[in-house]
Design a protein around this ligand. Structure first.
Ligand code: 2HA
Ligand code: ZN
Length: 271
């Protein structure tokens, strides 16, 4: 059996959480990531018949029975993951009943997965129904995105249009736009259901006065989505108090979509 600490997926979790922490996206225990793993690959590192303990998830995820995820731990700090992955991360498999997680590795101090597991697993189900390649759900609290939720209208079309017009890359990176939830209590099945509903049409969902969810096929795609929204939100916040002299027109956005052959939300343009 190979050493699990050498597994590419453990290394990716360590590198990504460290990156996110250093960008200021994950203060204290903020943020969480879940990563759908390939059973064969995990089997090279772990005995899949050895269940360390079982943990109720608090909801049913029948669409994910038998699926294996590596997930950040509840109460754990992203800044610490790279130094002690076995305590701060866990590998879980959704049991046959759909509502129990079988711990295969990690959470070594007796801990468990993120409190946002409902939002993560329900979002995985939504994204997998749209794109079977989806593997990652990522949540964090980036500053400018969060600041924008205090001062900008939180309506999907209006918010997406503002972010598309901040810089050329926006529509290229997130042509499908951004879903928005009003402020809600986090860590509940309710916010999980609402997030997953948005994830049927968006890869990005902003939680007003809380943070952002991103989904993608791999770490780079998912990280890149959030990074680009945060950059556009930064442009907005840096210029929000200044007179706007230049902006990208709807015709300009349409020309970008043509140039990059984007499938985009045409109903988000005024043409
Ligand atoms: O895991 O970010 O939303 C801590 C959080 C809760
Ligand atoms: Zn959060």
């Amino acid at each position: 059996m190979k050493n699990i600490l050498d597994a590419p997926f453990v290394k990716e979790m360590c590198a990504t959480t460290a990156n996110m922490y250093r960008l200021g996206w994950d203060e204290r225990n903020g943020g969480n990531i879940s990563y759908l793993l390939d059973e064969k690959e995990v089997g090279e590192y772990l005995d899949l018949d050895n269940v360390i303990r079982t943990i109720p998830t608090g909801f049913k995820a029948d669409g994910l029975i038998g699926k294996i995820f590596i997930v950040t731990g509840t109460g754990k700090y992203f800044k610490n993951v790279e130094f002690d992955p076995e305590n701060n991360l866990g590998i879980i498999r959704i049991a046959k009943d759909g509502e129990t997680a079988e711990l295969l590795w990690g959470y070594s101090d007796g801990g468990k997965f993120t409190s946002e597991l409902p939002a993560h697993l329900m979002s995985h189900i939504s994204r997998l129904s749209v794109n079977p390649e989806n593997r990652i759900i990522m949540h964090c609290h980036p500053d400018y995105t969060l600041a924008m939720t205090q001062v900008h209208e939180m309506e999907e079309r209006v918010l997406t249009r503002t972010l598309w017009k901040q810089m050329t890359e926006s529509i290229v990176v997130f042509p499908d736009g951004i879903g928005v939830l009003p402020w809600m209590v986090c860590g509940t099945n309710e916010i999980g259901i609402a997030t997953a509903e948005k994830m049927k049409q968006y890869r990005l969902v902003i939680w007003t006065l809380h943070g952002i969810y991103g989904a993608g096929k791999d770490m780079d795609e998912t990280f890149g989505l959030i990074e680009t929204v945060e950059k556009a939100a930064k442009q907005y916040m840096l210029t929000a108090n200044l007179p706007k002299v230049n902006t990208i027109s709807d015709e300009g956005l349409k020309a970008l979509a043509k140039r990059f052959e984007l499938t985009y939300r045409t109903d988000y343009l005024d043409l």
